[in-house]
Write a protein that binds this ligand. Structure first.
Ligand SMILES: Nc1nc2c(ncn2[C@@H]2O[C@H](COP(=O)(O)OP(=O)(O)O)[C@@H](O)[C@H]2O)c(=O)[nH]1
Ligand SMILES: [Mg+2]
Length: 490
């Protein structure tokens, strides 16, 4: 008999229940256990086939941050961090400081913070090459000994340019030949608003060769700019050995039938996995510390009158975003369980001053689906190159959800940034007006809107609309919302 998915059954449970019911096309869903690799709960999942209920109970008990009766190192750290956050907030308030105000909007050309800072050691070519090889078989386990790098911020500081140093940054776009027209339109907007003043190089990546026509159109669109084209290595855009492709196809079919956005798309899954785990390993990005992700068919609504990269480096901001939004639960049914398991096994990666409150309303027990919309990102590449993130990505990749579910790079990046980084290194670039269909960031501050020559409709600003996570972000940071925050409420 064909097993039908029930409403409260996750996709992976559905597949394993189907297997238990004799649907043999899923037979190797859980892969072949590799004895050399500490595979995430592989043994338990196999046990679970015998006793599904027992497996689920065990899984829930194992992975919970929030259950009182168990040893939960992650929870202890989290609680300490939250107490510390609370105390800091109180202290600032008692001192009369305006703890509620976010870091002010950057002014152009801030003075260099420390001209005397020693130059950061560059990640060696050899290490970069090692990083490019995706071998979770060898990399998992190794990270555990990398104790000096448990603190992701320390790792970034060690390898990235220091405040006051000239910033090493690039624009980066993953794009298909068929999207060249949309890309050229986007470039026009970025030239007018930013690149003409700050001529950073632009790197275009593609899983297929760029055609001569595409290349010439992009080069023509960026006169005077250093333009580079990169091919994505095949092993960064293909199935890892442990993924059962028949199962992946069955999951896609099911998600397509269920009407989940991009549910049936194979290329979208490779794209999300690539943006999560690989673009920052591309050889063309080796020379850079910072990137600005730009997609075709997006545009800037306002002039960017300062060098954002330099400002972020000078002010220790590691992840900058413009739009927040909730994720579709159906695309990530088991992402949070895997995340909890990861932090339970690796509690030292959790930053003590993290932004857990942005991604969870119950101290990490469940994911509230909030994320930074990653089609726009200005961030430090070493955040993703860090042992913590590589370990996290490899763990998720092993778990299979990029293919068996449809994990997006946005929730993956957002959870990692929110939990690995101190919260004051995450920054809402509220003055950068930005549009990715169907939402925008349009500065609701009239002075910002006017002085940056914005061309959007402030009444449409997405920041505080219900489906966005602006309210959650301001609350998590302990910032006070702008007085006119309800202006564009849905
Ligand atoms: N080279 C290449 N780029 C892709 C592919 N799929 C998506 N992209 C790029 O990945 C980014 C996100 O894709 P998009 O279709 O905009 O996804 P959405 O924003 O989630 O709707 C964009 O920059 C696309 O150009 C693909 O199969 N090949
Ligand atoms: Mg897009």
């Amino acid at each position: 008999m064909h097993h039908k998915q029930t409403s409260n059954e996750s996709l992976s449970e559905y597949v394993s229940n189907s297997l238990a019911n004799g649907q043999t096309q899923f037979a190797s869903y859980f892969g072949t256990p590799n004895n050399n690799v500490p595979v995430v709960a592989e043994d338990k999942k196999i046990e679970g086939l015998v006793d599904q209920e027992q497996f689920r109970q065990q899984e829930a008990a194992d992975s919970s941050f929030g259950e009182d009766s168990k040893m939960k190192p992650g929870q202890d750290i989290l609680e300490q961090a939250q107490v510390a956050q609370h105390q800091d907030f109180q202290k600032q308030q008692e001192a009369g400081a305006n703890a509620a105000a976010p870091a002010d909007v950057p002014v152009p050309m801030q003075p260099a913070a420390s001209a005397a800072a020693p130059a950061a050691p560059v990640v060696s070519k050899e290490d970069m090459a090692k990083m490019r090889k995706i071998t979770p078989e060898s990399s998992i386990g190794k990270y555990e000994t990398d104790t000096i790098y448990n603190d992701t911020m320390e790792y970034i500081k060690k390898f990235s340019g220091k405040p006051g140093e000239k910033v090493k940054a690039c624009m980066v776009s993953l794009v298909r030949n068929s999207e060249v027209h949309g890309m050229v339109n986007t470039i026009k907007s970025y030239r007018e608003r930013f690149i003409s003043k700050y001529p950073y190089p632009w790197i275009f990546l593609n899983d297929e060769e760029f055609t001569e026509d595409t290349k010439s159109k992009l080069i023509e669109a960026l006169p005077g700019i250093d333009v580079k084209f990169g091919l994505v290595p095949t092993d960064h855009w293909s199935y890892p050995t442990w993924i059962n492709q028949d199962t992946a196809a069955a999951c896609r079919k099911k998600m397509g039938e269920d009407g989940i956005i991009y549910g049936d798309s194979e290329s979208y899954r490779h794209m999300c996995r690539y943006q999560s785990g690989f673009f920052w390993r591309h050889e063309l990005l080796d020379d850079y510390d910072w990137y600005w992700r730009v997609e075709p068919d997006t545009n800037l609504h306002c002039d960017v009158n300062y060098d954002v990269f330099q400002w972020m480096q000078d002010n220790n901001k590691m992840y900058g975003f413009t739009i927040t939004i909730h994720e579709y639960l159906a695309t990530i049914p088991t992402l949070w369980d895997q995340t909890k398991k990861f932090f339970k096994e690796n509690p030292s990666y959790l930053n003590k001053d993290n932004l857990m409150k942005f991604v969870s309303h119950d101290q990490g027990d469940s994911y509230n689906l909030c994320h930074y919309w990653s089609n726009f990102e200005i961030a430090n590449l070493h955040l993703w190159r860090s042992p913590a993130y590589r370990h996290y990505f490899d763990t998720l990749d092993r778990a299979g959800g990029f293919f068996y579910e449809r994990w997006g790079d946005a929730p993956v990046h957002s959870i990692a940034a929110s939990l690995f980084l101190p919260k004051d290194s995450i920054h809402f670039l509220k003055e950068i007006g930005y549009w990715h269909p169907p939402y925008n960031n349009c500065p609701i501050d009239d002075e910002l809107f006017r002085s940056n020559n914005c061309d959007c409709d402030q009444n449409n600003d997405f920041t505080f609309q219900d489906y966005a996570c602006g309210k959650e972000y301001y609350a998590a940071q302990g910032f006070e919302k702008p007085s006119n925050w309800e202006r564009a409420r849905s």
